[in-house]
Design a protein around this ligand. Structure first.
Ligand code: PLP
Length: 398
């Protein structure tokens, strides 16, 4: 019989599938399950962007293939955004737009990683990084930021992880799953280490740029001497609440942009024309709606943080961006309730689902098996109810 490719064997099965099945079962039995697993805004795409898409359809001008790396006007708009928000000078030729930042990332990895090259992945990481590095036949090297250090990687840790095979480092800031945000000073300290290794690329995932509660967004590309080897990955999914529209982009050195263009030309021929037309309006438009959403996430962050702080045994950092909180729940390992024994964070997520009817994601999926990821892209009411249920369930464990 025909056999599937070996490539499939290196990819991890999504740990959340069993959870999703169980959640559906409980819902079918009539239970009210609160889902805090999602990585997407619970807001609608701002009206002016919706209107631009309708107009794009009605104009009749956006039914054909676009240029592979995206409409010139969109790439110019993105270049202006990078100047406006980040003080960075890019030309349209440095920008490639793709079907989500997720595709931008795989384009980049396929463009720079040779078989057995090492890619340093700051941990906790977004699940997809490690799987995509493996798909590109590279080797993910995990460097772990601890809760005590706000889950951030230190310059010493970075230096210790570099080998002659290191091809790139990759991380997100603001970070999914921890909400940590690297400051300009912290990036400068990492860049200082990288100065000794000019052959290493930096893949800087900035998709949560607009969901930053503290100060300014800092990009590695803005650190002196780093723009020439930094690949910014960004997109419209989070800041503009446009996950389903599928639009991400890179801003990169010309060689990398050309390579991604070449790959994309054989994979998708470029992303949706209507989405691109609407994105021209989004990227050059006002950020009022985006900032309102950010304010709502901030309010919810404070709410969830204060409710979780009331639970004995839970330790958290204070997320400075994105819409996740990533508590260390290892204090509950080894405890039980009735016949249910909690050995690890997978057991604990399953227990919370069964006992509290709240679904969250186990930290092991992000390289941090002591933790859980709770998304606060949900209503204040849901978050209050969920935290209260989590508290009661955890208090039953002994
Ligand atoms: N990067 C990070 C850190 C994310 O959390 C996500 C989405 O969850 C993405 C990239 C992908 O976004 P997109 O919808 O643009 O593919």
């Amino acid at each position: 019989t025909p056999q599937l490719a070996d490539r499939l064997n290196v990819l991890a099965e999504s740990a959340t599938i069993a959870m999703a099945v169980k959640a559906r079962e409980l819902q079918a039995q009539g239970h009210d399950v609160i889902k805090l697993t999602l990585g997407e805004p619970d807001f609608k795409t701002p009206q002016f962007i919706q209107d631009a898409a309708v107009e794009a359809i009605q104009s009749g001008n956006h039914f054909k293939y676009t240029p592979v790396p995206g409409y010139p006007a969109l790439r110019e708009g993105i270049a202006s955004k990078l100047k406006r928000d980040n003080g960075l000078d890019y030309k349209a030729e440095n920008i490639v737009v793709s079907t989500g930042a997720k595709q931008s990332l795989i384009n980049v990895l396929l463009s720079v990683v040779n078989k057995d090259d090492e890619v340093i992945v700051f941990t906790p990481y977004w699940v997809t990084y490690v799987e995509q590095v493996k798909l590109a036949e590279g080797v993910p090297v995990l460097v772990e930021g601890s809760l005590e250090k706000d889950f951030k990687v230190t310059p010493e840790q970075l230096r210790a992880a570099i080998t002659p095979k290191t091809k790139a480092i990759m991380y997100s800031s603001p970070c999914n799953p921890t909400g940590s945000v690297y400051t300009k000073e912290e990036l400068e300290a990492l860049a200082e280490v990288l100065k000794d290794y000019p052959e290493i690329f930096v893949i800087s995932d900035e998709i949560y740029e607009y969901i930053n509660f503290g100060g300014e967004h800092a990009s590695m590309a803005a650190i002196e001497g780093m723009k020439e080897r930094t690949i910014i990955v960004n997109g419209f999914s989070k800041g503009h609440a446009m996950t389903g529209w599928r639009l991400g982009y890179i801003a990169a050195p010309l060689e990398v942009a050309k390579a991604c263009n070449k790959i994309q030309g054989q994979v998708t021929s470029g992303t949706c024309a209507i989405t691109q037309a609407a994105a021209i309006t989004a990227v050059t438009g006002p950020l009022d709606e985006t900032n309102k959403m950010k304010d709502a996430y901030l309010r919810r962050r404070d709410l969830v943080k204060s409710l979780l702080d009331e639970i004995d045994g839970i330790k958290t950092n204070l997320p400075q961006g994105a819409f996740y909180i990533f508590p260390d729940v290892s204090a509950f390992f080894g405890k039980s309730f009735g016949d249910t024994k909690i050995e690890n964070s997978v057991d604990l997520t399953m227990y919370l689902l069964n006992e509290a009817h709240v679904s969250v994601v186990d930290g092991g999926s992000f390289g941090a098996p002591k933790c859980l990821r709770i998304s606060f892209a949900a209503s204040d009411e849901e978050l209050k109810e969920a935290c209260s249920r989590i508290k009661s369930a955890l208090e039953k464990l002994a």
